[in-house]
Design a protein around this ligand. Structure first.
Ligand code: NAP
Length: 300
């Protein structure tokens, strides 16, 4: 039974997940590059590790959520990385959004040390992470999945098993393709509505109820109208994911023409300096081109 867990990467997503592990009563070790983010966890009884290698000491399970492949290279494969210290019998789970090929590279390296590995990326954002309402996908050895499932159930509202390693990472890219296209559709639609002189509050009322409604459109549309671009999922991470989806699509010779358009707009918004804002700030590239700002009229 899993009792002691380490969590590496206390960013937007990791913070919520690590807090929920503490609340669930697991003995927790944390590590983050910027050590300040460890302080609230130390105050609540977690051990703060000095390095990723140190973080794996004495735990049954190692979880991490890191930005991108470069972060995985440093934290997992680096000189003081997880792989230098993890031992047979321990389990590792990567919850980041990475290429399926990266998950497979991780799995191979862990297997050489007798360590079981799952790729287990998530849907949901800052709020869902904080409230343990993520939608989690996991892939790898089925028996190991069954062993860690109770832990994942403390982090998410659903946990889906996807079979062999790399498949959960692939599902995450499939989902993020849909997310990116939805966000672009919302941005283009709102700019067009603004140009057409429509009342944007009424536009969003329709978006909330019509047959194309979705929680993503409703929450991001509402925030755009308030000009609230505070970060749940950073624009620069969505651009990173667009790169991953492009590589993944190309490898499989699967057409993704709309994604290419979204990627251009994401890159334009990042170039305008909005990379750290929420992904919905992709609308700012379109607004610049259209010469408008999408904003709700104050109630009269
Ligand atoms: P974030 O807030 O930017 O946090 C990124 C984490 O990675 C931080 O802990 C950061 O450390 C660490 N990191 C980055 N580069 C590193 C490096 N070279 N070495 C060591 N640590 C490094 O990102 P997030 O939103 O939590 O996302 C984490 C992962 O989940 C990403 O793969 C993202 O695509 C995915 N995801 C995000 C969301 C979302 O809505 N936010 C939803 C689903 C999936 P520092 O604190 O030191 O910078």
């Amino acid at each position: 039974m899993i009792k002691a867990i380490s969590y590496l990467g206390l960013g937007t997503m990791g913070q919520g997940m690590a807090s929920n592990l503490l609340k669930a009563g697991y003995k927790l070790t944390v590590w983050n590059r910027d050590t300040e983010k460890c302080e609230p966890f130390a105050r609540n009884g977690a051990r703060v590790a000095d390095t990723p290698a140190d973080a794996v000491s004495g735990v049954d399970l190692v979880l991490y959520s890191l930005s991108d492949d470069q972060a995985i290279d440093e934290v997992v494969f680096g000189a003081k990385g997880i792989l230098t210290a993890i031992k047979a019998g321990q389990i590792a789970i990567d919850m980041s959004t990475v290429l399926p090929a990266t998950s497979l590279r991780e799995q191979e390296a862990y297997a050489k040390r007798g360590v079981d590995f799952l790729d287990a990326p998530v849907f949901g954002s800052k709020n869902e992470s904080a409230k343990a309402k993520l939608w989690i996908m996991a892939a790898g050895n089925k028996a190991i999945f069954e062993e860690v499932k109770p832990v994942l159930e403390h982090l998410g509202q659903t946990v889906h098993y996807f079979g062999k390693n790399g498949n959960a990472a692939a599902m995450k890219l499939v989902g993020n393709l849909i997310v990116a296209l939805e966000m672009e559709a919302l941005a283009e639609g709102l700019v067009l509505a603004q140009k057409a002189g429509l009342d944007l509050n009424t536009v969003m009322e329709v978006v909330k109820v019509a047959d194309f409604r979705s929680p993503l459109l409703v929450s991001n549309g509402g925030n755009i109208l308030k000009r609230d671009f505070s970060t749940s999922f950073a624009l620069e991470l969505m651009l990173k994911d667009a790169d991953l989806i492009e590589k993944f699509g190309e490898n499989l010779e699967s057409p993704i023409p709309a994604l290419q358009v979204v990627k251009t707009n994401l890159a334009a918004a990042v170039a305008l300096g909005f990379g750290k804002e929420n992904a919905s700030a992709v609308i700012k590239a379109l607004e610049k081109e259209a010469g408008v700002e999408v904003k709700a009229r104050p109630a009269s």
